[in-house]
Design a protein around this ligand. Structure first.
Ligand code: NAD
Length: 459
């Protein structure tokens, strides 16, 4: 008999894990939540989504303070106090992690600090203590992929180190032009670094709509960020004076940098919990396959979030966490949607959900596309917004929305309307006949729908 027993145990206290633990507690379960960190919230809250958004807010204010010059308002060049900025970011994180601890206490969720490893079908080791459990949820997330062959050097950062805000390097090279790479480029460029992004694919933000990405690409270049797509780094040398990155592909040559960020994706932390000891299957990348109820091949063990593969996004993990808790407690639940929105919080923001035009073409799905340019949106222009686009992919027979991409200021917030429309099977007519307030940028969604219907008078 183990020293400790858990009715429902959750491994990992990120946005998936704590959501699962809290939902299970709300359903009357006796819950144990295990995490090696001193605070709840996982990567997202401690060193990911939230601190990066705090720095992106600062970057946006700096950028707007420069752009307002064109409106006849001259502000002096912002002076950045790195210690104060870091403290502000850390304060926001502390406020939120403190709030989570309070929520756990009030729900009587027992938080155990430690690293859990399976030792059998119903048993775990947590830092040397033996535990038995009835049901478990694996929610241990992911870690940054490290490129092989790179030297060990303090000037080479992963996303966690980049968010520590150690310094503003004069020249910063970011390898990987996905969401992390582009968000870090946005932050460090506004703070004064000369930023170069090297992306292997032939566009930044691969997977997003090419037309929207062209707008983002142009905007980032306008901000002084150098973007090299279809380019690979073949060697990195750490010299005293600088890092030297040798590139091949569309850009050939050497790039000198005072710091470099690796942002080439994340890898599942699944193997760290030794799932095989519990008979839980994982693939060669450590990803644990689950059914729509988030069950692994062992019916009493669930897996949620990044360990279950792409898209590795916090909001997917949260929804899976609720599903796992509900199914484990005897309720019928499933995450049976492909509609997981993606947002790059760049300036401008890039947001999309459902199918892109290219995906619809590749899958041979009958579709049509309609769009509305933000250059024709009064609210966008009068709020200092630049080039932007709302683009909808829809079924020509039913007029139902199949996908949406928005690029422009606050695109991430505006995307929610399209996600609700897709979840509810709304048609272009439903969107167009819903009265959107004027002037708002949300009108661009209705205008795009009206354009497809042939009733648009604003273009
Ligand atoms: P990513 O998969 O979004 O992007 C990685 C990029 O690196 C890709 O564009 C890929 O083509 C490129 N790449 C791969 N190998 C390369 C190489 N050798 N040289 C140059 N480029 C290379 O991964 P990420 O940006 O590291 O983010 C990790 C995960 O975290 C993703 O799942 C992402 O969605 C998630 N995330 C989400 C948000 C958000 O929702 N706002 C923010 C940060 C991270």
């Amino acid at each position: 008999m183990a020293e400790n027993h858990a009715d429902f145990i959750v491994l990992g206290a990120g946005p998936g894990g704590y959501a699962s633990a809290f939902r299970a507690a709300d359903l009357g379960r006796k819950v144990v939540l295990v995490d090696p960190r001193t605070t709840l919230g996982g990567v997202c809250l401690n060193e990911g989504c939230i601190p990066s958004k705090a720095l992106l807010h600062a970057a946006e204010v700096i950028r707007e303070s420069q752009e307002i010059g064109a409106w006849g308002i001259a502000l002096s060049k912002p002076k950045v106090d790195l210690d104060a900025l870091r403290a502000k970011k850390d304060g926001i994180v502390a406020q939120l992690t403190g709030g989570l601890s309070g929520l756990a206490r009030r729900r009587k969720v027992e938080v155990v600090r430690g690293t859990a490893v399976f030792t059998g079908e119903n048993s775990l080791d947590i830092d040397g203590a033996a535990w038995s459990f009835d049901q478990a949820v694996i929610a241990v997330g992911s870690a940054p992929i490290q490129l092989p062959g790179w030297p060990e050097d303090d000037r080479i950062w992963d996303s966690t180190a980049a968010l520590e805000l150690r310094e503003i390097p004069k020249r910063l090279t970011i390898v990987g032009g996905g969401i992390i790479g582009l968000e870090m480029a946005t932050v460090y460029s506004a703070l004064g670094a000369q930023v170069t992004v090297i992306e292997l694919a032939d566009q930044i933000a691969p997977g997003a709509d090419a037309e929207a990405v062209r707008i983002l690409h142009a905007a980032l270049e306008q901000q002084g960020i150098t973007l090299h797509t279809a380019t690979r780094v073949v060697s990195v040398k750490a010299m005293k004076a600088a890092l030297t990155l040798t590139c091949e592909g569309a850009f050939e040559g050497e790039i000198k940098a005072d710091a470099a960020i690796q942002a080439v994706g994340r890898r599942s932390n699944g193997p760290r919990v030794k799932p095989e000891a519990a008979g839980v299957e994982a693939d060669e990348r450590g990803i644990i396959p689950v059914d729509p109820s988030c069950r692994t091949n062992r019916p009493h063990i669930f897996a949620i979030g990044d360990v279950t593969g792409n898209p590795m996004l916090a909001h997917r993990a949260t929804h899976q966490g609720h599903v796992a808790a509900e199914v484990a407690t005897g309720h019928a639940a499933a995450l049976d949607t492909d509609l997981i929105p993606s947002v790059a919080y760049t300036s401008p923001e890039l947001a999309w959900a459902g199918m892109t035009q290219a995906q619809a073409e590749a899958r041979g799905i009958k579709h049509k596309v309609t769009s509305f340019p933000w250059a024709a949106s009064g609210r966008n222009l009068s709020s200092g917004g630049g080039d932007g686009l709302t683009k909808l992919v829809y079924c020509p027979d039913t007029h139902r929305l199949l996908g949406a991409t928005l690029i422009g200021n606050n695109a991430g917030e505006l995307l929610a309307e399209c996600v609700v429309a897709m979840e509810m099977g709304a048609t272009l007519e439903d969107i167009a006949f819903s009265v959107h307030a004027h002037p708002t940028v949300s009108e661009t969604v209705a205008f795009a729908a009206e354009r497809a219907m042939g009733t648009l008078t604003d273009l």
